[in-house]
Design a protein around this ligand. Structure first.
Ligand SMILES: *Cc1c(COP(=O)(O)O)cnc(C)c1O
Length: 390
């Protein structure tokens, strides 16, 4: 281990040399079934042939120019994204946090354009929106915020999945300009709101001229069993942020806008040197086109059901399990006690998973996974959980 890395992470004692489809391989040649996808990033699996070819070809053509010039692949990607999400205009960034920064800045600008001098954004308890100063301030986790005060102001926090508390704010606070919310809370432990939640948020936003801003960075790009999680309720946001699986491992983020929100940002308001560069946009275009062509969201819906019912059956007798829930291939097994050690047990047995919010085993497998691989994930995980007696 190098002494020259900032101690931001505590990595597991394994390092991978290459990957292929749903599998990763370490330096000893041991194979691992990847049920995490680098936290919902490599949704098409590793070394996806079409993407590899597109990246190689783009690398031998053009990596970067500048947003001072028009960029072909950026326009093609924006067209395809807007067509598939029924949105109007896209700002490209390099990460999820940056996509959310763009959304937060857009909401403030929207407020100022309406002569609201101290615009506020409604955000949720236990939300996760990133690690930059504005996005960590929007995040609803003390662990993420502690030590970084003073936080960025302009956020009002309410409980997730609780419409009345937002109605109450709408009646009192004339400075609110937007709601920023995850359709499914990922880092909080795959927390799925009641059906109708997004529809109710949409109505409140319409009634109050607020922007509905959906953070689909984890839930988007087919992960939930629909291309975007908001499509489960046929709700259109004003702003939607994407990153993670958008580039299948090539860093790219997007702030996707519609209607009035699409006209808020004007030349000079916002920018990025790398954002929207030819390599990232070609990669993301290839990813999105493949996802649409191969209907991976439908596969995510089917395999998600299979994984959920196999786990339910296999863990029915285990009284340490508090809950099992899923939307598509976002799946959680919530334990009654902290269970970080299950990650190492699974690693030993060649399965990559993660624990979030202390007690929640999180599975985010590739969306291209087949029936046999799904059964295999369930089989190994059931063994690990049944062996867990701490
Ligand atoms: C991962 C994530 C982010 C932050 O994305 P980064 O690329 O790590 O900056 C923001 N919101 C949600 C919902 C996420 O899951």
């Amino acid at each position: 281990m190098s002494d020259h890395l900032v101690n931001a992470y505590r990595p597991l004692p394994v390092s991978f040399t290459h990957g292929d489809g749903c599998y990763l391989y370490d330096s000893d040649g041991k194979q691992y079934l990847d049920a995490l996808c680098g936290i919902s990033v490599t949704s098409l699996g590793h070394n996806y042939p079409e993407l590899t070819a597109a990246i190689q070809q783009q690398a031998s053509t053009l990596l970067h120019t500048s947003n001072l010039y028009s960029i072909d692949w950026q326009q093609k990607l924006a067209d395809l994204l807007c067509e598939s999400a029924q949105m109007d205009r896209v700002f490209f960034a390099n990460s999820g946090a940056e996509a959310n920064e763009a959304a937060i800045k857009l909401a403030r600008l929207y407020g100022h354009q309406k002569d609201i001098e101290t615009p506020q954004i409604v955000v949720m308890q236990h939300a996760f929106h990133g690690r930059t100063m504005a996005t960590l301030s929007a995040t609803g986790s003390r662990k993420v915020q502690a030590g970084f005060e003073p936080l960025v102001s302009g956020f009002v926090r309410v409980p997730y999945n609780d419409i009345p508390s937002i109605e109450a704010i709408a009646g009192q606070n004339r400075n609110v300009v937007a709601i920023l919310v995850e359709p499914v809370q990922g880092e909080a432990g795959i927390v799925i709101p009641d059906p109708g939640y997004l529809t109710a948020l949409r109505k409140i936003c319409d009634r109050n001229d607020w922007l509905l801003m959906l953070d689909e960075i984890q839930s988007g790009m087919g992960r939930s069993g629909r291309l975007f999680a908001c499509q489960h309720e046929a709700v259109l946001p004003d702003v939607m942020t994407l990153a993670k699986a958008l580039g299948n491992g090539v860093p790219v983020g997007a702030c996707v806008t519609r209607g009035t929100a699409a006209e808020v940002i004007q030349p000079g308001n916002h920018g990025s040197t790398f954002g929207g560069n030819p390599l990232a946009c070609r990669a993301a275009h290839t990813v999105l086109a493949s996802m649409l062509e191969n209907r991976v969201a439908d596969n995510a819906a089917q395999r998600g059901k299979q994984l959920f019912s196999t786990l339910q059956e296999g863990l029915a007798e285990n009284n340490r399990v508090a809950d099992i829930r899923h939307l598509g291939l976002m799946l959680a097994v919530e334990m009654k006690t902290p269970c970080q050690s299950i990650v190492n047990r699974a690693l030993d047995r060649g399965l990559l998973i993660n624990v979030t919010a202390d007690r929640v085993i999180r599975l985010l497998p590739p969306l291209i996974i087949d029936e046999a691989q799904t059964t295999e994930i369930a089989r190994i995980l059931i063994d690990c959980i049944n062996d867990f007696t701490e």
